[in-house]
Design a protein around this ligand. Structure first.
Ligand SMILES: [Zn+2]
Length: 176
């Protein structure tokens, strides 16, 4: 994954890591029992009892999670969507509290800036972000928005991220 290489470099420079591990190692971290399968055949880990400090990504049907204190994103396999890895990286580098206490809305601008900074195909980013619930009263998802509304929203999020110093110019920062 060409996008993940540069992200790993940044993570390292920030005292963290983006780590691809084997299923066995991941299951050890996540405390996974036997995976059951969803109707479409995707593996879905049903029982998780993570080791201390490990946070499995709640909406991921794949193997993805973080060690928040150690600033590590952990994933398995070659097919992990890179926008999902960027999202977890945002939890680690662009948020001062752990995922149980975090508000994701302030760092959406960081994710968007990072996706662009890494030069990832933005069509991928929009595809994998389509279920993201926009922080609003109506609970729209990203995929519900018209392109122009989405554009405005992202501009607003970028400005918010700059105000919070999560992004300087067009460059995502580490705030931990
Ligand atoms: Zn999240």
């Amino acid at each position: 994954m060409t996008v993940i290489g540069p992200l790993s470099e940044m993570a390292r420079s920030w005292g963290g890591a983006i780590r691809c591990v084997s299923e066995d190692v991941f299951n050890k971290y996540a405390g996974a029992g036997e995976p059951s399968r969803t109707h479409d055949g995707q593996a879905w880990i049903t029982q998780l009892n993570p080791v201390k400090g490990f946070y499995p990504a709640p909406f991921s049907t794949k193997n993805l999670g973080i060690f928040w204190s150690r600033k590590q994103v952990i994933y398995t396999g070659e097919n992990m969507p890179w926008p999902d890895i960027v999202h977890e990286a945002a939890h680690v580098f662009a948020c001062k509290v752990n995922p149980n206490r975090s508000n994701e809305w302030p760092f959406l601008g960081w994710e968007y800036a990072m996706a662009k900074y890494l030069g990832g195909p933005m069509t991928d980013w929009f595809k994998y972000m389509r279920d993201y619930v926009v922080d609003g009263k109506r609970g729209d998802t990203f995929g519900d928005l018209s392109p122009s509304r989405r554009h405005l929203l992202l501009q607003e999020r970028i400005h918010a991220a700059r105000d919070l110093k999560l992004v300087v110019g067009d460059v995502p920062q580490c705030i931990r």
